[in-house]
Design a protein around this ligand. Structure first.
Ligand code: IMP
Ligand code: MG
Length: 181
């Protein structure tokens, strides 16, 4: 892990190693597999682009029940702050009507994105909606919506890497880095 990186105007320092994230994904996948071990019909794994792309790929190779991958692209963040207003930049790549859906998210912060998607999927006729997130900032999350699966919790800090960006940069960084204060 290099000691510090610069993205645009900000400096980030090492925070969580990829190995640690992946050990947490192993445990999470085991829980999801157990809960879905008797699935007869393929479950939809809905990757929330762009941030959840690395997490989804790591998670899905550990899932052993039948599933179909779909994607959606939403945006709420500007810079290092959550905007709260959700924009559906690209709609869901298939029909969710009558299907079980597991939403795959990189990080839950205020929860506005997950509340929006949960409503959106239920309105579109999904048979069930489960929320699965790699990371959660519990100090910020104040929604009633139940988060079914969370791999790791972190304090209210701004992070990049492992799919997460600062103004589109840093998604390709293997480990997680935190904004230097
Ligand atoms: P929420 O709607 O406030 O829960 O924000 C969730 C979205 O904001 C996530 O999908 C991320 O894309 C983004 N986000 C939240 N926290 C961070 C962070 O620390 N770094 C980068 N992106 C973040
Ligand atoms: Mg995201």
């Amino acid at each position: 892990m290099s000691s510090s990186i610069t993205l645009h105007d900000k400096q980030f320092v090492p925070y969580i190693k990829a190995e640690e994230v992946e050990a947490a994904i192993d445990k999470l996948a085991a829980r999801i597999n157990e809960a879905h071990k008797n699935e007869k019909e393929p479950v939809i794994l809905l990757c929330v682009l762009n941030g959840a792309i690395m997490f989804t790929s790591e998670l899905m190779k550990r899932l052993t029940f039948p599933l179909e991958l779909m994607t959606i692209k939403v945006a709420s963040y500007a810079g290092t702050r959550s905007g709260g207003h959700i924009q559906e930049v690209m709609g869901i790549t298939g029909s969710v009507k009558g299907r079980k859906v597991i939403v795959c998210e990189d990080i839950v912060d205020t929860g506005a994105t997950m509340v929006y998607l949960d409503n959106r999927l239920r309105e579109s006729g999904a048979a069930s909606v489960e929320i699965c997130s790699m990371l959660l900032k519990p100090e910020v999350y104040k929604q009633d919506l139940k988060l079914d699966y969370v791999a790791m919790e972190i304090p209210n800090r701004f992070i990049v890497g492992y799919g997460l960006d600062y103004d589109q940069l840093g998604r390709n960084i293997k480990d997680i880095y935190v904004l230097k204060d």
